[in-house]
Design a protein around this ligand. Structure first.
Ligand code: P6P
Length: 347
């Protein structure tokens, strides 16, 4: 593919050739995603000027303060997919319940699960943040809105990816045939293929974690992070610590340079902080499609059966060798019952 002229729309349509049963519906949805991204980035680039920074004064279903851009981005996704008859249901971090789009239900077969702005704490300091998306297709015969139709495993995602608002705006997606990155040319208003078939390095000495949570972790996780930071038993040189405060920004760096991101469970929040359906699962599909791994520390993220829409899940994700090392480290120390810091054991 001549990447210099390969727009997102053309690439999505080209990818359709690999899916004999493709009806073009998903292609239309992914192309619409590009519109949503451009709408958000137009506001983001002026955020400091158009009073879109700061808090709305409300809290979301997670009990987190809602930033004005969180609310704006959520409305952009509702608007972008509210017509066309394809997307029946929108599930968002910013909405407690699923939104069934009246013009598109029940004929629309697709569900979009989205974190409209991941890393919103970075907004007011001009840091990197983005949107994470996942498309699921309602099984034949399932009524829209039922748990069976909404609570689908990550392995059943039809497409997933993220939009990153950084020095350049990028859209990275997979439909199950590799991972492809597009960079927005603001002059043209188009996303052009810039990172074709991204493959994650099998290992790299870099890790992403909020070290400030150290005392809240189980002992085996503390020992693992000690190891990464060079304070482990083996006395090996430590890994480089990189932590952007935005999951997708850390994942994007790890996709290109390798490493591991971890947000473990803690004694007071055993399920961790990150949401399964619209954070961990879409990024797990992207990373695994690029040759990486995504785990709870003991189970594959993509194999988990969600119990509820806003379910949280511990996350260890990145280069396959680093994730495997983390899993075996945790498993071995749990087996030995190492509890030298006196902390309680996580489930
Ligand atoms: P902490 C952002 O709120 C987020 O969901 C991820 O994007 C990010 O990696 C993590 O939480 C940061 O959480 O507890 O380190 O501030």
């Amino acid at each position: 593919m001549n990447r210099k002229k390969m727009t997102l729309a053309r690439h999505v349509l080209e990818q359709q050739k690999y899916s004999p049963k493709a009806t073009g519906e998903l292609s239309s949805l992914l192309i619409q995603l590009g519109l949503a991204a451009k709408t958000i980035v137009r506001e983001v680039s002026r955020a400091g000027l158009v009073n879109i920074l700061g808090l709305t004064g409300e809290t979301n279903v997670q009990g987190e303060a809602v930033k004005k851009l969180d609310r704006f981005a959520n409305e952009v996704f509702v608007e972008a997919f509210g017509y066309g008859g394809l997307l029946c249901t929108l599930i968002s971090e910013e909405m407690e319940k699923p939104l069934h789009l009246p013009e598109n239900c029940p004929q629309g077969h697709y569900t979009l699960l989205v974190d409209p702005i991941d890393g919103s704490s970075n907004i007011d300091v001009n840091g990197i943040f983005g949107s994470i998306f996942s498309f699921q297709k309602r099984p034949e015969g399932e009524a829209h809105g039922t748990p069976e139709a909404l609570l689908r495993k990550g392995s059943e995602q039809i497409a997933a990816g993220y939009i990153m608002y950084g020095p350049s705006t990028m859209l990275v997606y997979t439909v199950g045939s590799g991972v492809h990155g597009f960079t927005l040319d603001p002059g043209v208003g188009e996303f052009f293929l810039s990172h074709e078939n991204i493959r994650i390095p099998t290992r790299s000495r870099a890790y992403s974690v909020n070290q400030g949570n150290y005392r809240r972790w189980a002992p085996e996780v503390q020992r693992l992070v000690d190891d990464f930071s060079g304070r482990g038993d083996e006395g090996e040189r430590g890994y480089a610590l990189r932590y952007a405060g935005s999951l997708l920004a850390d994942i994007h760096r790890i996709l290109l340079e390798g490493g591991i991101y971890l947000y473990p469970g803690s004694l007071d929040q055993p399920e961790g902080k990150l949401r399964l359906l619209y954070e961990a699962a879409p990024l797990a599909l992207v990373v695994e499609q690029a040759g990486g791994r995504a785990s709870t520390g003991t189970e594959s993220i993509l194999a988990l059966q969600p119990k509820n829409l806003h379910q949280r899940v511990p996350l260890f994700i990145g280069s396959p060798e680093e994730v495997a090392r983390a899993e075996s480290f945790i498993r071995s120390r749990r087996r030995k019952g190492i509890n030298d810091s006196g902390g309680e054991r996580l489930p």
